[in-house]
Design a binder for this molecule. Structure first.
Ligand code: SF4
Ligand code: SF4
Length: 712
């Protein structure tokens, strides 16, 4: 990847008693090394990309400890990696974004959980739920339940997070079951400190290898008939062993409060929000001391019936704080209490909403409703309700005082090489009409937003071509599937291309070849020009597609809008049946800028010539119809008041953030727009000839009011 994590790597070296300061996800990384892991792997995705990125940058340190790091091609390969812990006393951890990554990994996870593990196996999942999430809104809880994996959900506090990682491995080994550790976005980015321990070298690892395989044991395979035995073991031995460990190690926490006839049972990850909401209602101080007793489930699954009964005994009512649906926890609590004939009222969905993230605002309203309903002894609930109303009213008043804020929808970066492809699709559609566009996960999905608004379905990462299999044969026009190179290697090659060829399918596939898995933070992938080991891995998309039998293939530079539009039209109209692949080639602009800026800075230091390109709009020629803006959507292309007092329409203008990708000029040419765009080159450390030429021009020509034009 292009970004360096040198500072974070230094934090991983801290030893016994030194104070670690930083983000939650980095604390997890350090905790893994303190736990003596032998291997780590994963597939990048927010909010846990940082973990694998830092591990990759820390390869030298990990090498000393004998820890193997694998940058997996998808979550299924990461989950399968945990198979090392089935037969061997090896601790390992893998990571990905959930729910989507867990969906991809599900097959391997089931086959891992069935025989169980000897070495501690941990899956660190970035629970991408709620505000800021970039995926479908589901929870990972169901996977833990169905496969009998234990779900840790630590409260967002660094010492707790670190303890749960360390204890998580022990739990996994004590119960012979894989453990999931879920971190919501806020937990990944919470900052704090903890007293570090020395990193631990595993008993067996890359520096002290296992002498050989174990004696053949059929029970270690997830294969019938032994899978029937595994199911019994999960229920009769592993789960009780896990519950015993969770209880004896006090992984869940009880925080007392004086309003003892009620309580709150919260998932650990939501604990900070609950406390903040209580504090806003005047029921907690800023140090975390609350008046309402709280049972904090740092282990979301399984539930510990004895602890639950002890917490609820003598309480008239409890509020269960568990966001989204189904209300697994609330149902389980109801069942356990009724079984034990404890008549504590259980409220959850009702005062709290059935769907959506439990932000502090939502929790505060839910808590006020709960307290109003159950009326704990010693609390003026009318005052609480009034306080809630007062705070709730404050927000609209504040928003009104600020006035309307401009919306900031997500979009392609300035100069993104993927944007021109969608301009070309728009231009092609002008001529041959609209067709079904199957889109995918990745930066290119920004094209589903204005000004392009292109795309009819998203079925998962690398799934766009597969998602046309049922549409194409039922549609007059050929379909277009758009996929990134990241998606291609993640899943698209087999799920999409091989399946299409195998079924003698048709349709157009556009593969955005930008060189990185860009949307997750510019990680390298099989066809990147470089790898974490240095040179390229030696795989490329074109050769791969040819090898599996794709006949119709074109590679087109993305910024060549006219050529891209012509190639799309050719692919859509061709009488030849079969899959048509267009490789849209253009390096991710974000990666390019990071590289080029650093290179240019070095050149300037050495006094060498550096040229940067900018585009501009001649406001005397601009007609003010803004077609260029609608067709490119570049954030650097905007409007300004017309300098002509006789024209009231604003004119187009290019602002300082332009990276000179040239798309606006290409669009003006391909769409036959007004000829108002010009290209300027800014030369730093010019040659003697360039200085002389510039001096001559200044003598002969009047200096323009526009400095960019003057530089041209
Ligand atoms: S990260 Fe790269 S590919 Fe993604 S929008 Fe930005 S420039 Fe485009
Ligand atoms: S050249 Fe045009 S499209 Fe490219 S970054 Fe500059 S303003 Fe945007």
């Amino acid at each position: 990847m292009e970004r360096s994590f040198k500072k974070e790597v230094e934090a991983l070296k801290l030893g016994e008693g030194e104070i670690f300061r930083g983000e939650g996800i980095l604390a997890v990384t350090k905790a893994l090394l303190q736990s003596g892991v032998s291997y780590v792997g994963g597939y990048q995705g927010a909010p846990v990309s940082h973990l694998i990125d830092v591990m990759v940058d820390a390869e030298a340190l990990l090498g000393d400890l004998g820890v193997h790091v694998e940058t997996c091609t998808n979550e299924a390969s990461a989950a399968a990696m945990l198979g090392a812990s089935i037969n061997y006393p090896l601790r390992g951890a893998v990571t990905w974004k959930s729910i989507v990554g867990t969906n991809v990994a599900a097959d391997a996870l089931s086959n891992l959980a069935s025989p169980g593990v000897i070495g501690g196996a941990m899956i660190i999942i970035g629970e991408d739920y709620g505000e800021g999430a970039s995926i479908i809104q589901e929870r990972s809880y169901a996977y833990a339940m169905k496969s009998a994996m234990w779900l840790l959900d630590p409260r967002p506090d660094l010492p707790t997070i670190v303890r749960m990682v360390e204890k998580g491995f022990e739990l996994s080994e004590a119960s012979h079951s894989p453990v999931m550790l879920e971190l919501r976005i806020r937990a990944c980015h919470v900052t704090g400190e903890f007293a570090a321990k020395d990193n631990r070298r595993a008993e067996f690892s890359g520096v002290n290898r296992l002498p050989g395989p174990p004696k053949f044991n059929y029970a270690r395979l997830s294969h019938p008939p032994v899978t029937f035995l595994h199911e019994r073991l999960k229920v009769e031995e592993r789960q009780p062993a896990a519950q015993q460990f969770i209880r004896s190690e006090a992984l869940n926490e009880v925080f007392p409060g004086d309003l003892a006839d009620i309580g709150i049972i919260t998932l650990g990850g939501l604990y900070n929000g609950v406390l903040r909401a209580l504090e806003r209602l005047g029921l907690a101080d800023i140090f975390g001391n609350a008046r309402v007793p709280i049972y904090c489930l740092n282990v979301a699954y399984p539930l510990i019936p004895e602890e639950l009964r002890a917490f609820c005994a003598g309480k008239r009512a409890v509020l269960v704080v568990e966001e989204s649906h189904p209300d697994f926890l609330e149902q389980a609590i109801n069942t356990e209490l009724r079984r034990a004939d404890i008549q504590t009222r259980v409220l959850g969905k009702g005062p709290l909403p059935r769907a959506g993230e439990y932000t502090v605002d939502v929790l505060r309203a839910g808590l006020a409703a709960f307290l109003h309903d159950v009326k704990p002894v010693g609390l003026d609930t009318q005052a609480i309700v009034a306080r809630q109303r007062e705070i709730a009213q404050h927000k609209p008043a504040a928003a009104a005082a600020v006035g309307e804020l401009p919306v900031r929808p997500p979009s392609f970066c300035t100069g993104c090489p993927e944007r021109p492809v969608f301009t070309a699709i728009k231009l092609a559609e002008r001529e041959i009409g609209a067709t079904h566009i199957s889109t995918d996960i990745g930066c290119h999905s920004f094209a589903t937003l204005p000004p392009f608004s292109l795309g009819n379905s998203i079925l998962g990462y690398g799934m766009s071509l597969a998602a046309t299999a049922g549409v194409g044969p039922n549609m007059e026009k050929r379909t277009i599937a758009v996929m990134g190179d990241g998606g291609f290697w993640h899943n698209g090659l087999i799920t999409g291309v091989a399946s299409n060829l195998f079924n003698r399918g048709d349709g157009v596939l556009v593969i955005m070849q930008n060189g990185y898995t860009s949307a997750t933070g510019l990680q390298y992938m099989p066809s990147s020009k470089a790898s974490r080991q240095g040179g390229a891995a030696g795989m490329d998309i074109e050769t791969t597609l040819k090898a599996i039998g794709v006949k119709w293939m074109r590679t087109v530079r993305t910024y060549g809008v006219a050529k891209m539009a012509a190639t799309l039209k050719e692919a859509l109209r061709s009488a030849e049946r079969g899959l048509k692949v267009i490789i849209a080639d253009g390096e991710c602009q974000l990666a390019r800028q990071r590289r080029v800026r650093a290179e240019d800075a070095e050149k300037l230091k050495r006094g060498e010539r550096v040229v940067t390109t900018r585009y501009g709009v001649d406001d005397e020629i601009c007609t003010g119809d803004h077609s260029c803006i609608r067709l490119s959507g570049c954030p650097s292309l905007t409007i300004k008041p017309s300098p002509d007092p006789l024209r009231t329409d604003p004119v187009a203008t290019v602002i300082e953030s332009c990276v000179g990708c040239g798309l606006c000029g290409e669009v003006a040419h391909a769409a036959v727009l007004c000829p108002s765009f010009y290209r300027a080159e800014i030369v730093k450390n010019p040659s003697v000839f360039e200085r002389l030429r510039h001096a001559l021009r200044r003598r002969l020509l009047p200096i323009s009011a526009n400095p960019a034009k003057a530089a041209a």
